[in-house]
Write a protein that binds this ligand. Structure first.
Ligand code: PLP
Length: 398
């Protein structure tokens, strides 16, 4: 296929996309048009938790395609994949997170969560964190704690304030005016930053004091990536609204927000049709989500992420690596400089190892492989990383 066509007909998001032409993908590998295998340490940016072409997911999708695909807009007909998935999900979550609204992407799930918070509290103020990323539609973009990436799109949503993640001193800014505090459980784009011990508990406490809701964005860490089904389970803090997506459907477009039955009921009237979508809850995607969740629950993939993390941490020791941040298989290599990060990612791409950048932390190389990755594959990829770092010369021009 002509590379020119890719640049001409398909809208681009950067002037220098990686531009790998894909043939097919299987397990932890993506094969390019020349038949070369690339070891995938990124998993479609945390979306392909079960790797590529997982047989259980593929079968569920094919079976559902054969039965029916789209039959009605969201919420009117009883379609078993969506009902079974949301029921199984509820069984894994605290009691207040009982009812799920299925949508088409992470950012759309966040939009729904914001509307729900305003509808339930009758308040408008939203509080988000500096360096947060919650998606790219206008509401989610308004919460992005990174002015440079959003100023061109102003005016955005009004009545949004920012706090510093992990700064308990900022929590007094949450007041009786606040509809919701929106946080990533683990800050992704900012550099895979974990909440400090007790921080999320303090946020929860302050929200309860002033009647604000807590929305946790688990679009990236969710579905087992950090050693629990959801990362909030590590931090003794239950949100009022949980926002999920990415790994939920093993690579099909998806998102959802989860809250109490009582809160979700407010979307039914005053105004009626408080949130609607044509394709949300799509049966093929719900079937993939159900197969994914069943696979995660019936195997040791989730606890295994913590063993795999240990292996990464043991192998990724090098003078140019400042730190390995994150948890489970949501890891960021923090290099000494941005140049080293760029060199590593681009050299790895040439050598058949897929790494990727983070949105805001320029010294980082993302490591978020499929949860199904083997210890051997981890060793092979880490070996390549160390070899590339050994070859780095400060003057190296890519
Ligand atoms: C934490 C977080 N929130 C929201 C989103 C947006 O999800 P989507 O790209 O599916 O709209 C992402 C995507 O990278 C994310 O990492």
């Amino acid at each position: 296929m002509a590379t020119d066509d890719f640049f001409k007909y398909q809208a681009q998001t950067t002037p220098h996309p990686l531009g790998l032409e894909i043939s097919h993908a299987k397990g932890s590998y993506i094969f390019d048009a020349n038949g070369k295998a690339h070891l995938d340490f990124v998993a479609g940016v945390s979306a392909c938790g079960l790797g590529h072409g997982h047989p259980r997911v593929t079968k569920a999708i094919k079976d559902q395609v054969d039965r029916y695909m789209h039959v009605m807009v969201y919420g009117e007909y009883i379609q078993s994949p969506a009902v079974e998935f949301t029921k199984l999900l509820a069984a894994q979550l605290p009691e207040n997170l009982e009812t799920t609204y299925l949508v088409n992407s992470g950012t759309e799930a966040m939009e729904g969560a914001l509307k729900l918070a305003r509808r339930c509290t009758g308040r408008s103020e939203l509080i988000a964190a500096n360096h947060a990323y919650h998606g790219n539609t206008t509401g989610s973009l308004s919460l992005m704690g990174y002015e440079e990436r959003k100023s061109a799109f102003r005016p955005l949503m009004p009545d949004i304030r920012f706090i510093n993640f992990n700064d308990e001193g900022d929590l007094q800014r949450i007041t009786e005016k606040t509809a919701a505090v929106v946080l990533e459980t683990i800050q992704g784009g900012a550099g895979f930053i974990l909440p400090k011990e007790g921080y999320l508990e303090q946020v929860r406490k302050r929200c309860d004091e002033v009647g604000a809701l807590l929305i946790l964005d688990e679009i990236q860490p969710g579905f087992g990536r950090t050693g629990k089904l959801f990362a909030f389970e590590h931090f003794n803090c239950v949100p009022d609204i949980l926002v999920i997506g990415k790994g939920m459907a093993s690579g099909l477009p998806v998102g959802a927000f989860v809250a109490s039955h009582q809160m979700m009921a407010t979307l039914q009237d005053n105004p009626k049709l408080g949130h609607i979508t044509t394709f949300g809850g799509n049966p093929v995607i719900a079937a993939a989500s159900l197969a994914t969740l069943n696979e995660l629950l019936e195997t040791t993939l989730i606890p295994d992420t913590l063993e795999k993390e240990k292996l990464f941490r043991r192998l990724l020791v090098h003078p140019l690596i400042e730190e390995v941040r994150g948890k489970g298989l949501m890891l960021a290599l923090i290099l000494k400089t941005k140049d080293i990060a760029d060199y590593l990612i681009l050299e790895a791409a040439k050598n058949g190892l897929i790494l990727f950048w983070l949105l805001f932390e320029t010294r980082a190389a993302r490591i978020s492989p499929p949860l199904t990755i083997s210890m051997k594959e981890i060793e092979a990829g880490c070996d390549q990383i160390i070899t590339i770092l050994n070859s780095y010369q400060p003057s190296t021009v890519n």
